[in-house]
Design a protein around this ligand. Structure first.
Ligand code: MLT
Length: 263
């Protein structure tokens, strides 16, 4: 684990292994520990960097709104500090939005992209209002109740029934998230750009992954990105919902390793 002063805050990240760099960007309201199983598998062949994004995990920040573009700039500054010019950028859900902004701002630094459980279009007005309400609720009441409300959408039915340890890890990540950081990330996601027009400009190898049971970012969102990004690969994971790397770690890891082996 490393702590670095990055753009006015302290960013905490994992930095493990040696080889070509792979940067893992977590979803919301999670932290770098969501990549534990991927780091374990990849660190033998790659240098794996997994930061806590601004305001989340141990990367404490006081912003009222944590923009996806700001998080992308944090990742670039972190890479400068770690002396990494170029990396494969892997983002799940919110991490995928950060990956889009990172590619837009620093295209030469992206060797390849992995977009899991994410989507290109921006929010509509109703989605933005829901995020604003949620941010206000978290600031007023903290994270109480969020894990139990969202778990049924985050993990597949089968995982919830048979793998209580996976549900516990998600619960722990959500419960330990700073309400202030989570609210700032929610408002940052509400304000994010529409990435649809970026798709045709993505010319690096790209893997898109999605769980068949993901109701938050369904298969149709993945197919839209797949159609828009030339030569992208699409991996649809059965019996997986939004956090597909928790539902099906072996399948997720195999698809990621195979893809990284081609880049
Ligand atoms: C995530 O898992 O990062 C969030 O569901 C993304 C979002 O709310 O759009």
């Amino acid at each position: 684990m490393r702590r670095t002063k990055t753009n006015g805050i302290e960013i905490v990240c994992e930095d493990e292994g040696n080889g070509p760099a792979v940067v893992l960007l977590h979803g919301y309201p999670f932290n770098r520990t969501m990549w534990r199983d991927q780091i374990a598998v990849l660190k033998d062949r790659f240098r794996v960097i997994a930061p806590d994004l601004r305001g989340l995990g141990e990367s404490v920040a006081s912003d009222k709104v944590a923009g996806m573009d700001q998080m992308a700039r944090d990742v670039a500054t972190l890479m400068d500090q770690l002396e990494i010019d170029q990396a494969v950028i892997v983002g799940l859900s919110m991490g995928g939005y950060v990956a889009f902004d990172f590619h837009h701002l620093f295209p030469a630094r992206v060797k390849a992209l992995v977009l899991a459980g994410t989507r290109a279009p921006a929010d509509n007005d109703q989605e933005r209002q829901t995020r604003e309400r949620q941010a206000a609720r978290m600031l007023a009441q903290g994270m109480t109740g969020i894990a139990e409300e969202t778990l049924p959408k985050l993990l597949a039915q089968e995982t919830l029934a048979r793998n209580p340890a996976a549900a516990d890890r998600i619960r722990e990540m959500i419960d330990s998230t700073s309400p202030h950081g989570a609210a700032a990330a929610q408002l940052g996601m509400a304000a994010r750009r529409d990435y649809s027009e970026d798709l045709e400009n993505i010319n690096v190898p790209t893997l898109i992954m999605v769980g068949t049971e993901d109701s938050i970012r369904p298969v149709s969102d993945a197919e839209f990105m797949h159609r828009g990004i030339a030569n992208s690969q699409l991996k649809i994971i059965e019996n997986a919902a939004h956090v597909s790397n928790f539902d099906q770690p072996e399948i997720f890891n195999q698809a990621l390793s195979d893809f990284l082996g081609q880049t």
